[in-house]
Design a protein. Sequence first.
Length: 117
Amino acid sequence: MPGTRFRFVAKPKPGWNGVVNCEVLEASEPALFRYSWTDDGGGDRTEVSYRLQPRGAGTRFTDEHTGFTGAGGFFMAQLLGRIRRKMLSVGLPAVLAGLGQDGGGQGPQEGSAAVRT
């Protein structure tokens, strides 16, 4: 639902407390999920979108993270791109493997990153 706020919480790193504040901007089940992404320290507000499109006998998944500005934004886009590729190549397959045919599963597992506020 647009307007819903949530956070991603990760292990803090030097210069970053590990918190990203998000707000749902658009959701159109099952095709689109788009939300804002803002560092807890007040950095650039960027946008993340996930799209699902029928493709032959399967589904095409597209993700975008846009809105980065300046040299710092370029660095963050590169860093987050590497992290996202790992999430999609390692993390997502593990999650999908735990889902049943109806999309149901065991719910959030230990280490889940999303926290609703």
